[in-house]
Design a protein around this ligand. Structure first.
Ligand code: HEC
Length: 181
């Protein structure tokens, strides 16, 4: 305390006299390598490290909300729904999507139980009508843990076909509606 007072002057010391902490962190004091390593600081460091690692793991397992850029939502489906598109997408779907989203799109695939949030139920018409084609396309392309992104695996055309296909799960009458959004 005396040393500290000497470094920063009496007037200042008078100011901070009740607060050793403030005094200790004054730049003048930091320049002198007189600080002893205390086991408390070390433990604090370890604790912070554990907290940081813990939150990283938590963030990994619980990704934040799935944010889709407005521009991406506005992109219209360049394809007109055709039987050929549906047939092509059905294959891709049963190969790469059904494990999680289920054969009938209910979000009840073999792997589905493992995930939180659960795989989206494509038969939920209310939900499906609340999302645009562009949004579905974006989501299929980018993925969102645990769902993988399919940008590299599928061509743009294939991803738009999938959009048509997954919409067909919630359409009471076939085939999938063509979005005009
Ligand atoms: C490993 C499991 C898994 C696989 C494989 C998978 N999904 Fe998903 N999918 C999910 C999960 C889980 C969500 C919900 C993620 C969220 O809400 O954060 C999701 C969400 C979606 C959504 C967003 C729906 C919405 O309205 O928000 C679309 C679209 C989608 N999946 C399409 C597909 C397509 C198409 C395929 C195959 C090419 C596929 N998924 C493969 C797990 C999977």
């Amino acid at each position: 305390m005396i040393k500290c007072a000497a470094t920063i002057g009496w007037a200042t010391r008078h100011h901070f006299v009740a607060d050793d902490g403030l005094c200790e962190t004054s730049p003048a004091q930091m320049a002198t390598p007189s600080r002893k390593k205390s086991p408390v600081n070390f433990l604090l460091f370890i604790a912070l490290l554990v907290i940081a690692a813990g939150s990283a793991v938590y963030a990994f397992l619980h990704p934040g909300p799935w944010i889709v850029p407005e521009v991406a939502k506005q992109v219209p489906n360049p394809l007109k729904a055709s039987q050929a598109d549906l047939a092509a997408a059905r294959k891709l779907y049963s190969d790469k999507c059904a494990d999680c989203h289920g054969d009938t799109g209910k979000g009840d695939g073999a792997q589905a139980k493992k995930y939180d949030p659960p795989a989206t139920d494509f038969t939920d018409a209310a939900h499906m009508s609340s999302v645009s084609d562009g949004e579905l396309f974006y989501k299929i392309s980018q993925g969102h843990r645990p769902m993988p992104g399919f940008k590299k695996r599928f061509t743009e055309e294939q991803r738009w076909q999938l959009v048509i296909f997954i919409r067909s799960f919630s359409a009471s009458t076939a085939p999938a509606p063509v979005a005009s959004k």
